[in-house]
Design a protein around this ligand. Structure first.
Ligand code: SF4
Ligand code: SF4
Ligand code: SF4
Length: 251
């Protein structure tokens, strides 16, 4: 019997789910080996009997927690899909700001109508078995993840820096092109797509284990970036992780 699979979303732009849909259209053979029982973006049928849960989006409201725990209770395997679920993502930028100011900025005089709290990755709420990083996720990595799950193993996600992949791609380094890049501290796996297109990496796949933040900040300073610009660069996707490293986790 094909494993029953469900997709869920919390706070996100749903871009990772769209990438999954696109991937399934390019690889319809995947639909012959899994049974999708819940996927709001793709189907109206819905069953709560599933073994593998792919969850997109970060936890941004107290009420999200109960729903996330419910999914964890049902699923044998939980996979965090994309930077929002994996890292808290762009949503976590607000974690360094007074929450009331953020609410006021977003909702104005209706700020008390909306439930919200600091954004966090799924792993801050439940045990996550594996992640598919990126913003959005990489199509090939999704196919690889499903293949590995069907083989009874967890998706193998690189834990080395993007620079290794970038060198293998034979790119001229962004720093040598007078620009900047977060490749030295970012997890590989996207084939260094941004440097290959002439853009420095923004860190959407998250930090490698034991990243040297001091050295990357120094390199960015040497390229003329101000402390404010450096903080902004490191906050796009990495706020939750850098706050964790500082021992300042959101309340
Ligand atoms: S990781 Fe990026 S593409 Fe995926 S849901 Fe979050 S914001 Fe959208
Ligand atoms: S462009 Fe970025 S990822 Fe590539 S080698 Fe330079 S710092 Fe590393
Ligand atoms: S190069 Fe960096 S920002 Fe671009 S997709 Fe890869 S990890 Fe994300």
């Amino acid at each position: 019997m094909n494993p029953k699979v469900a997709f869920f979303e919390f706070t996100s732009c749903e871009g990772c789910q769209l990438t999954v849909l696109d991937t399934l259209q390019r690889h319809p053979e995947l639909l012959e080996v899994i049974e999708i029982v819940q996927f709001r973006e793709a189907m109206t049928e819905r069953s709560d009997d599933y073994r593998i849960a792919f969850i997109e989006g970060s936890c941004t409201r107290p009420s999200d927690e109960a729903k996330i725990r419910e999914i964890r209770k049902q699923a044998q395997i939980v996979i965090a899909v994309g930077a929002c679920a994996h890292l808290g993502g762009i949503n976590a930028i607000r974690n360094r700001m007074p929450l009331d100011d953020v609410r006021e900025y977003v909702y104005g005089e209706k700020k008390d109508w909306f439930e919200t709290y600091p954004a966090r990755p799924l792993s801050a709420v439940i045990k996550v078995d594996a992640v598919i990083p990126g913003c959005p996720i990489d199509r090939d990595e999704f196919v690889m993840a499903v293949t590995h799950l069907l083989q009874g193993r967890m998706p193998a996600i690189p834990d080395y820096p993007l620079c290794i992949e970038c060198k293998l791609t034979e790119n001229v380094c962004m720093f040598l092109r007078g620009q900047t890049c977060l490749g030295p501290i970012t997890r590989a796996g996207c084939d260094a797509i941004c440097p290959s297109c002439g853009q420095g990496c923004e860190g959407c796949r998250g930090l490698i284990p034991s990243p040297n933040l001091g050295a990357i900040k120094e390199a960015l300073r040497e390229r003329g970036m101000t402390e404010e610009q450096i903080d902004a660069r490191l906050s796009l996707f990495l706020t939750y992780q850098t706050m964790q490293m500082e021992g300042v986790t959101p309340a």
